[in-house]
Design a protein around this ligand. Structure first.
Ligand code: ZN
Length: 152
């Protein structure tokens, strides 16, 4: 249910494990073992987590902007709009500067106008500041705007 939120947190550099269709116990065990904070829209799961001493954020909204805002406020998440501080939104791998071989796989018309490329150290996906990253900057700005409005 929180796939989009997971991808956004990875884009800001957070190590996010995303579990689909797992049993509660499996999720809680993993969170405890790896000392993770559990984010869930399931209030019962959050209650069970708290009993086990696992930190849990009960995500209130189904809207990803609201979810990000809640994560920023409750967990002190810092949103980043710079790819170099990110994790791969697809697989959670670390993002590194792209090597020559990886850059060679990028379409030529992109290579002509883009100077910097990054790649995922796990899955090899290549990233650059194209429209994709412009969207990210927009969303980060929106989340910040909402906060500024509420604070002022
Ligand atoms: Zn990856």
């Amino acid at each position: 249910m929180l796939g989009r939120l997971a991808r956004w947190l990875r884009l800001s550099g957070y190590d996010v494990a995303y579990l689909k269709r797992r049993r509660d116990k499996e999720i809680l065990d993993l969170a405890a073992r790896e000392d993770r904070i559990l984010l869930s829209r399931d209030s019962l799961l959050c209650q069970r987590a708290q009993k086990m001493g696992v930190r849990c954020l009960f995500v209130e909204s189904s809207d990803v902007l609201e979810q990000l805002k809640q994560a920023v406020e409750k967990l002190g998440i810092r949103l980043s709009d710079t790819p170099v501080y990110s994790r791969c939104p697809k697989c959670n791998g670390e993002i590194i500067k792209a090597g020559e071989e990886s850059i060679a796989r990028v379409p030529e018309m992109v290579r002509e106008r883009v100077e910097e490329f990054w790649e995922c150290s796990e899955c090899g996906q290549v990233y650059w500041e194209g429209s994709h990253w412009r969207n990210i900057k927009d969303v980060v700005r929106k989340v910040r705007d909402v906060q500024d409005t509420e604070e002022g």
